[in-house]
Design a protein around this ligand. Structure first.
Ligand code: SAH
Length: 232
């Protein structure tokens, strides 16, 4: 083999390695959707489509990539976590999203949930209180091409009044009560999903529907989330 064909052979091997690697993630994602989501009753086609396509392994720390599609939460640094795929799917489905929606997320973390929302709706605004996480999620989402997801560093308690009202709001940190500014920034007919409970006791996932000026809340099931913190 001369030098040139050796180089071509090497490149071909390298390229097929990358393809096989990516293919493996596609298979792991399909498996995750089937066994963790559909098997537990997730039916919304938009949620299933999005989670089949968003590369979760790009949102976890490099040393945990092999666990990216496992049935659980994972640490993402700064003492925070990326939620279990089923919880991401359940919360997404609860919002009853349409492709034209504008959505607010509080608790960007890795940016994975924002990307899942971004594949479904027109625009996503997401706020993260920890600066390092906000900055790395911002560049990750940009590099992966999620141009309809806007990340802001700040305290999500106040929502994002300049971009309100929102068709749907998702909070991915456990709050002691539903922040009033978020209720104010939800459109009439809009849905919110938020984990709520006292910091020393059980947190429930709560769905909220705003109807005229009525707020209808429903406790769904107990969940464990990192706490909703405040910038004093
Ligand atoms: N949705 C994330 C996981 C969320 S973990 C993902 O897909 O990876 C919850 C996140 O909420 C943490 O990163 C935490 O720092 C953030 N958080 C807690 N309180 C907050 C607040 N008041 N405003 C904005 N973000 C907050």
């Amino acid at each position: 083999m001369n030098n040139r064909s050796f180089l071509i052979y090497g490149l071909a091997l390298c390229f097929s390695g990358i393809l096989i690697g990516q293919n493996d993630y596609v298979m792991q994602r399909e498996q995750m959707v089937k066994t963790q989501l559909q098997a537990r009753g997730i039916k919304d086609p938009l949620t299933l489509y999005s989670m089949t396509n968003v590369p979760r392994h790009e949102f976890v720390p490099k040393n945990l990539v092999e666990y990216a599609y496992r049935d659980g939460a994972l640490p993402i640094g700064s003492d925070q976590t990326i939620s279990q795929p089923y919880i991401v799917a359940f919360m997404t489905e609860t919002l009853k999203l349409k492709s034209t929606d504008r959505v607010l997320e509080i608790g960007t973390g890795s940016g994975y949930q924002a990307a899942v929302l971004g594949k479904i709706v027109d625009s996503v605004y997401t706020i993260e209180i920890i600066k390092d996480l906000a900055m790395s999620a911002k560049s990750r989402l940009k590099n992966l091409g999620y141009h309809n997801v806007v990340v802001k560093w700040g305290d999500g308690y106040h929502g994002w009044p300049e971009k309100a009202p929102f068709d749907a709001i998702m909070v991915t940190a456990g709050a002691e009560a539903i922040p009033q500014p978020l209720l104010d920034q939800l459109k009439d007919g809009g849905h919110m999903v938020i984990p709520v409970g006292p910091s020393d006791n059980v947190t429930y996932l709560v769905s909220v529907l705003k109807k005229k000026d009525r707020i209808i809340t429903k406790e769904l099931f107990p969940v464990r989330f990192v706490p909703f913190t405040r910038n004093e």
